[in-house]
Design a protein around this ligand. Structure first.
Ligand SMILES: Nc1ncnc2c1ncn2[C@@H]1O[C@H](COP(=O)(O)OP(=O)(O)OP(=O)(O)O)[C@@H](O)[C@H]1O
Length: 268
């Protein structure tokens, strides 16, 4: 386990020159080609890029759901590479929150039980003050005894959001969290995410295809063909769309020099 230098403590998650190669031989796909990125504490980052550019792969490697072929991943001061399944499972439970497009709530549990689930699994109890803050942030106080099937899609995703927040994780990874929501519920959810970053110091990394969703973030990182090709701070939806248009042109053009982007032998 490597400890990051003290002056780096503001970094919640870090990818250091990570490569990801799937398959082998004719089926080999290099999904990430040397991605280096830092995700600072208290910052809301969106990851964007054309389909197949490696967004989900990057998020899965950062979150310990998949293992990079080469390179380093840190969550806080813990390096993921070389850790066994047990450590990774505990790290995901204690330090990472997840919000998925499909909500992933347990249908037989009430909203309150779903939110408490990560704490129950860890054998801990919610801090009453933080519980109240989370419930009020996502506006669920009058829905706590309802089961997921009795809630709208927007409310279900707010439950998922509260479940991710309740452990006060080092970082929350959100994969297309508004993908199954109408635009009003989506906007509400993005405001909750923004609030949890701005007012409660949480850290969020969100994969999205939606320029408007990305504009709620503090920063957007753009991937194309497995590499970070651009970044925007304080993005507007227009600036995000402009960058995406430029990336579409870049991706449509043949790669200039394949030897510069081919995985090194050690990554294979
Ligand atoms: N398990 C896998 N096995 C083989 N190839 C994979 C696997 N997962 C992803 N890939 C490939 O890796 C590349 C990056 O995929 P990834 O899902 O990360 O892209 P993405 O940017 O999230 O795409 P989308 O926006 O369409 O969800 C793609 O070419 C994809 O086909």
């Amino acid at each position: 386990m490597t400890v990051i230098e003290k002056n780096d403590v503001a970094v919640a998650a870090r990818a250091g020159d990570i490569w990801k190669v799937y398959g082998s031989g004719a089926a080999e796909v290099t999904a990430l080609r040397g991605v280096t990125a830092e995700f600072r504490r208290g910052q809301f980052t969106a990851i964007m890029g054309p389909s197949g550019s490696g967004k989900s792969t990057l998020m899965h490697c950062l979150a310990g759901l998949d293992v990079a072929t080469k390179g380093t991943v840190h969550i806080g001061d813990t390096e993921l590479s070389g850790q066994g399944d047990k450590v990774l499972t505990r790290l995901r439970r204690d330090k990472i929150g997840f919000i998925f497009q499909q909500f992933n709530l347990l249908p037989t549990l009430s909203a309150a039980e779903n939110i408490r689930l990560p704490l129950d699994i860890a054998g801990t109890k919610p801090d009453p003050q933080w519980w109240d803050t989370v419930i009020d942030t996502v506006g669920l106080r009058d829905r706590l005894s309802h089961r997921p099937s009795q809630l709208s899609g927007g409310q279900q995703q707010r439950v998922a959001c509260a479940r991710a927040l309740i452990t006060r994780p080092e970082v929350i990874f959100a994969d297309e969290p508004t993908g199954n929501l109408d635009s009003r519920s989506g906007a509400e959810l993005l405001k909750f995410l923004q609030l949890s970053v701005r007012e409660h110091g949480q850290t969020i990394v969100m994969v999205t295809h939606d320029a408007v969703a990305a504009s709620y973030a503090d920063r957007v990182v753009f991937l194309a063909d497995g590499q970070i090709v651009s970044e925007l701070d304080n993005p507007t939806a227009e600036a995000v769309l402009d960058t995406m248009k430029r990336l579409d042109v870049l991706v449509a053009a043949p790669r200039q020099s394949d030897e510069n982007v081919t995985a090194p032998a050690a990554a294979r």
